[in-house]
Design a protein around this ligand. Structure first.
Ligand code: FAD
Length: 402
């Protein structure tokens, strides 16, 4: 295998090229990214970086010179706009590049509000890229009024940063409760209380009818008729996988670029990994939107390009930082029918254990890294402790592993 071209210089793309070289791939590797910054971590964009607590250089996954050192041709500010599958080439900035293997690590794009309800007004932001965070950063002045649309992790993290910086924060969530799509009511309650204590006005079960303003946003009308003033708006209503390039090339799409258990798309010369890719999981397909998946899947694909023939088995985990609370999540809670609460001794700490029948599926641990670690080890090993033992604070966490 000689020429490998990777489209998308984000978390997955950067992990993949490093792994290829580490595995001893000697052929040409080209990593092409639309953004101008070298591959960087996105999680701090709604946490420490937005707060102003993290320098730009610390966002970078590797120093810029690293890619040259491992002989990767990193092309930044370059968008791939076409794949010619028959010729095995991609077009980038008027140039045509040949590939023997092509990897799509195109990530995802944030959903935006339609222009018809004010989504195109100045002062309406999303948080996906460094450029998004840099554009909204200067608006975070004390006393400014921010409206956050969407009560998922990104909206809540942005709300925490804004509250910490002294802004007046209102967050609207159309669903009955914040985090409804991703977490149990217990976790929603925990974070609702935390935000209320920090002065954030959370309104659940209320949609946004329209953003108001001429040119620049000045406020919003909600579905219950309430009108709110806002100096700026942050929209955190989910993302869509970056499938456009793959779709135009006629690759199979199914909630993302569909790959097999090795990470190969419907074209055997093209692979995909990270946010953009859906892979076989249990009886269906799964697409994950998190850093651990981007890294693990990219590394698995790199190994498979070099002939390892390893099935990708995700071991999902995730985290979120809000105020002084670190949430760590192990496993996937899909299909849970019972929540077991385990109290913890520290301030603002607890863990919620998701079960389906007697099977442990996932753990949400708030300021309780030990509960997270034990839960993760149990889930990775396919073990399920008795719910009664988990709920009993007298039970030593470590004893659950036996
Ligand atoms: P990305 O990192 O998005 O990289 C894809 C890259 O491909 C982009 O740079 C894009 O510009 C480029 N690209 C796309 N199309 C083309 C093209 N045609 N030509 C050239 N380049 C192209 N995950 C966690 O696990 N924990 C967290 O706490 C967490 N917090 C987050 C906070 C924020 C604000 C955001 C936005 C995400 C967060 N995530 C978190 C999710 C995590 O960052 C993503 O899952 C991860 O970045 C996915 O990596 P990726 O390589 O698949 O995609």
């Amino acid at each position: 295998m000689s020429d490998i071209v990777v489209v998308g210089a984000g978390q997955a793309g950067a992990s993949l090229v490093a792994r290829l070289r580490n595995n001893g791939h000697e052929g040409r590797i080209t990593l092409i990214g639309e953004e101008t910054a070298p591959p960087y971590q996105r999680p701090p964009l709604s946490k420490a970086y937005l707060l102003g607590d993290m320098e730009l250089e610390r966002l970078y996954l590797r120093p810029h010179h690293f890619y040259g050192e491992i002989d990767v041709d990193l092309r930044l500010g370059s968008r791939v706009d076409h794949i010619d599958r028959a010729a095995q080439t991609v077009s980038v900035g008027g140039e045509t590049l040949h590939y023997d293997a092509l990897v799509l690590t195109t990530g995802s794009t944030p959903r935006r509000l339609p222009a018809a309800i004010g989504g195109a007004l100045d002062g309406v932001h999303v948080v996906r890229d460094l450029a998004d965070a840099d554009a909204m950063g200067p608006r975070f002045g004390p006393g400014a009024k921010v409206l956050i649309v969407g009560g998922g992790y990104i909206g809540l993290e942005a709300a925490a940063v804004a509250a910490k910086k002294g802004l007046n924060v209102t967050l609207v969530e159309m669903a009955e409760r914040i985090l409804q799509r991703v977490a149990a009511p217990e976790t929603s309650d925990f974070f609702r209380t935390l935000h209320a204590e920090n002065g954030v006005d959370i309104r659940e079960g209320v949609g946004l009818e329209k953003l108001l303003g001429e040119g620049h946003v000045t406020g919003a009308r909600l579905s219950d008729g309430t009108e709110l003033a806002a100096d700026f708006v942050i929209v955190g209503v989910g993302i869509a996988p970056g499938t456009a390039l793959a779709e135009a090339a006629g690759l199979e799409i199914d909630n993302g670029i569909a790959v097999d258990s090795l990470g190969r798309t419907s074209d055997p010369a093209i692979w995909a990994a990270g946010d953009c890719a859906s892979f076989p999981y249990q009886a269906g397909r799964l697409r994950l939107e998190c850093v651990p998946n981007a890294i693990d899947m990219a590394e698995c694909v790199a190994d498979n390009i070099m002939g390892a023939a390893k099935n990708y088995v995700p071991q999902p985990w995730f985290w979120s930082d809000q105020y002084d609370v670190k949430l760590q999540i192990a496993g996937l809670n899909t299909g849970y029918d019972r929540i077991v609460t385990r109290p913890a001794s520290g301030a603002r700490s607890a863990s919620f254990w998701y079960y389906r029948g007697d099977t442990l599926l996932a753990v949400d641990a708030m300021n309780d890294p030990r509960a997270y670690m034990v839960g993760k080890r149990l889930i990775d090993a396919g073990k399920s402790p008795a719910p009664e033992a988990v709920a009993n604070p007298e039970t030593e966490l470590k004893s659950l592993l036996k």
